[in-house]
Design a protein around this ligand. Structure first.
Ligand code: HEM
Length: 507
């Protein structure tokens, strides 16, 4: 009886402590509970995790130490402070790397550039940089992107327009970018963007791999590793998707190698106008830098995977949010059309070539503004090697994981002013009518410092060509009642797609 009395007293005392703790913390977006840390808050808000982290960061002055449950190794420092980002991505670059945790979470990337550190990263970056700077690659990119727009995108949208049917533009953009990036990287066009709109297994597999990578961010490591061992849930889906995707890439690599050795045997030149990165990589003389491993199938697979990941969903996500913003801001749409009329109409004909659309300042500003509010990569992470002190004063211990959040940064009044939530392309245009230079550690959609995105210029080209073609040729009407929300993934997709009706525009 006496024992029960003590137990009750202890339970009541613990309840009192928890209640007091909750009341003390109730104005914070999350509570750091004993034992469970901040994980309950994160899981409770997992469905709108980007908004949640934005609130959390605002509440904590831009940087906070996230505490996971005890003994789960889930602690990290999260920041949206430009000074901290400048510090970790540039000033003290050598102290921050992707690290083994990143490679575990993004296991399917293998040793590709996204997951690589030190010499392997330097080597791959140099290799890709030299291939992407090649004039032949630029020409190849221009010709193929334009061809896809004229021969696939326009006929498909014309079809939906004439039938008066709804179309999911996000799906259309994903198909367009998947075809584009596969052709540029592998030299093979999977033709996802065709009038049949068939489900393409390896494209779907890619989506699944992204979702599973996100899942590994929000559950304790031991939990997903156990699931992986048992092959259940998300981990089982990941294994299946991974297999499907690998089959596709390895198939492309082996036919490319065969094709090249046939051409060599017959002493034929590789077609002049073809310049995919896979061919360039196989033909490249690596100067013995990597012991000839650039020619290994695994190296080629990992490189192809990284580039497809880099180029497919980022551009399609950027385009989806951009078109939605334009469709919901008629004054911006009108200004884009006005600028196009002024600069691109020659003898009553519109010139929608890549070189022409590249001159449009207002369109460029509107795309930057859209990427500010909806960065395709909403958060990124690195790991500290040695101890450090951030400009915000936070202490970093060796092996601390650092997360930085482009999504939250776009919503910080301290960075963009009181109107930070508004879509205002004008903020990117100077009084002289030029694009305002914003430091990359403030506008971090393409990363910053030595690991800045290698596809930035290429992305602007592709986004401009697709966006200008759609805006010039069609009126877009959003399907009423269709929910527009960011998805919970490592890429900022639209959760339910972008459903619109398109009608031909008479200008
Ligand atoms: C709107 C489109 C794009 C956005 C917003 C974007 C954004 C980014 C970001 C945030 C990173 C850093 C990722 C990290 O370190 O974890 C990155 C890296 C990279 N991006 Fe992009 N990207 C885009 C398109 C592309 C395209 C089309 C390509 C080329 C096919 C590309 C190639 C790369 C490469 C190779 C890296 C690795 C750089 C390195 O680690 O040194 N990106 N990109």
């Amino acid at each position: 009886m006496a024992m029960l009395g003590y137990a009750e007293i202890i339970a009541a005392f613990l309840c009192f402590l928890l209640l007091w703790y909750w009341r003390w913390n109730k104005h914070s977006p999350t509570i750091n509970w004993p034992i469970f840390g901040m994980l309950p808050g994160l899981l409770q808000n997992a469905l709108h995790v980007h908004e949640f982290t934005t609130r959390l960061l605002k509440h904590n002055g831009g940087t906070l130490e996230f505490k996971g449950p005890w003994f789960t190794n889930m602690d990290f420092v999260i920041t949206a402070d430009p000074a901290n980002i400048h510090h970790i991505l540039s000033r003290n670059f050598s102290n921050y790397q992707k690290g083994p945790k990143f490679r575990e979470i993004f296991e399917a990337i293998g040793d590709g550039i996204f997951a690589a550190d030190a010499d392997s990263w330097r080597f791959q970056r140099k290799l890709l940089q030299s291939m992407m700077k090649n004039k032949k690659f630029e020409l190849f990119l221009k010709r193929f992107s334009r061809g896809k727009v004229e021969n696939c995108l326009i006929p498909i949208l014309d079809h939906f327009s004439s039938m008066g049917l709804e179309v999911d533009l996000q799906d259309v953009f994903q198909r367009y970018t998947f075809d584009n990036v596969c052709y540029l990287v592998l030299g093979f066009d999977p033709n996802c963007l065709s009038s049949e709109f068939a489900q393409v297994a390896h494209a779907k597999a890619f989506d699944q791999m992204e979702q599973s990578a996100f899942y590994r961010h929000i559950v304790p490591e031991s939990c997903w590793k156990f699931q992986r061992w048992l092959q259940i849930g998300q981990e089982k889906k990941l294994s299946i998707a991974w297999k499907i995707f690998d089959q596709f890439v390895y198939q492309c690599i082996s036919s490319k190698c065969e094709q090249l050795s046939r051409s060599r045997a017959q002493k034929m030149e590789v077609e002049e106008e073809k310049f995919d990165l896979l061919t360039a990589c196989i033909e490249q003389d690596d100067g013995g830098e990597m012991d000839g491993s650039t020619k290994s199938t695994k190296f080629l697979r990992d490189m192809a995977f990284s580039l497809i990941a880099a180029g497919r969903d980022t551009i399609s996500s950027g385009l989806t949010w951009f078109i939605w913003l334009v469709a919901t801001h008629p004054s911006v749409e009108a200004k884009i059309i006005e600028e196009m009329k002024e600069h691109l109409v020659v003898n009553n004909e519109i010139m929608l070539g890549i070189d022409e659309v590249s001159k449009l300042v207002y369109l460029h500003a509107a795309i930057c503004e859209s990427l500010r509010l909806f960065p395709p990569v909403p958060f990124e992470h690195l790991c500290a090697i040695d101890s450090d002190i951030l400009p915000s004063g936070h202490r970093i211990d060796p092996s601390t994981r650092m997360l930085y959040c482009p999504y939250a940064m776009g919503r910080m009044e301290s960075i963009w002013g009181e109107d930070c939530l508004e879509f205002k392309p004008e903020r990117w245009i100077s009084e002289k009518g030029r694009i305002v230079h914003v430091p990359s550690y403030k506008f971090v959609a393409f990363n910053a410092g030595p690991r800045t995105c290698l596809g930035k210029d290429m992305s602007f080209i592709q986004m401009k060509i697709v966006a200008s073609t759609i805006i010039w040729n069609y009126r877009l009407q959003l399907v009423e009642g269709h929910p527009v929300l960011p998805s919970v993934s490592v890429i900022l997709h639209m959760k339910h797609g972008l459903k619109v009706r398109v009608t031909k525009r008479a200008l």
